[in-house]
Ligand binder design. Structure first.
Ligand SMILES: Nc1ncnc2c1ncn2[C@@H]1O[C@H](COP(=O)(O)OP(=O)(O)O)[C@@H](O)[C@H]1O
Ligand SMILES: [Mg+2]
Length: 250
């Protein structure tokens, strides 16, 4: 479903991603791990055109989406979340979901050509989807709270909800449980599994090892801008090169 070919990126002559090849099949949950600074978030930025790439190609669903603008990539069904949730702190939880709906993302412009009845129906659908997402995340109780008042873990959940509002087919999650309390970590893992059961595909960056090892079908390990190795969780855990990379020996 997603294929990265030799992605490369330098900042001011300093190579941060040095030819990243990676593949995710439809319905898989694939982990992307590696020490801080390995280039994982930069890979997400390159996939979604948050940053222009220096070289390489991105394939999604056998379509070359290299360099497509972010909103077109989202329309194609590929959506990412951010390491630090990007919420509207002064909007309520339900409003944060509603403004993330697909009809709020660019196509809004075209609504002047729709009949008023269609606009109203579209908005109703969006609101229903926001409530459905809220229920799915178990956040009904805080629907009307300002996003600013949420705990770190709830903000991560809401960030996931905002990504879901775009009705993606594949999600790129950047550290979905970093700084999240243990009970909520289990809940987030559970939600991700349910979504996979509904047909979503995942590529997940995470440092929390027990979480990512239990969740992933396969993992890629990045170190110093390169894919060091790939395999099933038990294979990766047994790989001495992976241990070395984390210890800074590699
Ligand atoms: N926009 C940027 N400008 C300059 N350097 C960057 C930028 N984004 C990331 N880097 C650098 O690239 C390296 C990889 O960062 P990142 O992809 O965030 O790593 P990871 O997510 O694996 O921790 C780091 O050394 C980081 O400082
Ligand atoms: Mg990162």
């Amino acid at each position: 479903m997603l294929r990265l070919e030799a992605l490369a990126k330098s900042f001011g002559g300093f190579a941060v991603v040095k030819g990243c090849d990676l593949e995710v099949r439809e319905g898989e949950i694939v982990g992307l791990i590696g020490p801080n600074g390995a280039g994982k978030t930069t890979v997400f930025n390159l996939i979604t055109s948050a940053l222009p790439l220096d070289a390489g190609r991105v394939w999604f669903d056998d379509r070359d989406i290299t360099g497509f603008p972010t909103h077109r990539i989202a329309q194609a069904g590929l959506v990412r979340t951010f390491q630090v949730p990007r919420l509207f702190e002064r909007l309520s939880v339900i409003e944060n979901l509603m403004v993330a709906g697909p009809n709020q993302r660019g196509e809004r412009f075209w609504s002047v050509w729709l009949r008023p009845g269609e606009i109203a129906r579209e908005e109703k659908r969006n609101e229903e989807q926001a409530w459905e997402t809220l229920r799915f995340l178990g956040m009904e109780r805080v629907a009307n709270d300002l996003a600013a008042t949420l705990s770190g873990g709830q903000k991560k959940l809401l960030e996931l909800g905002r990504a879901l509002m775009a009705r993606p087919r594949m999600l790129l999650l950047d550290e979905p449980v970093a700084g999240v309390a243990p009970r909520l970590i289990d809940e987030i893992a559970d939600r991700i599994r349910v979504l996979r059961g509904r047909g979503l595909t995942f590529l997940v960056i995470e440092h929390k090892m027990d979480f990512i090892m239990a969740l992933s079908d396969r993992l890629y390990v990045m170190a110093d801008g390169r894919v060091l190795t790939e395999g099933r969780p038990e294979e990766v855990q047994a790989d001495q090169r992976v241990l070395d990379a984390y210890l800074g020996v590699a």
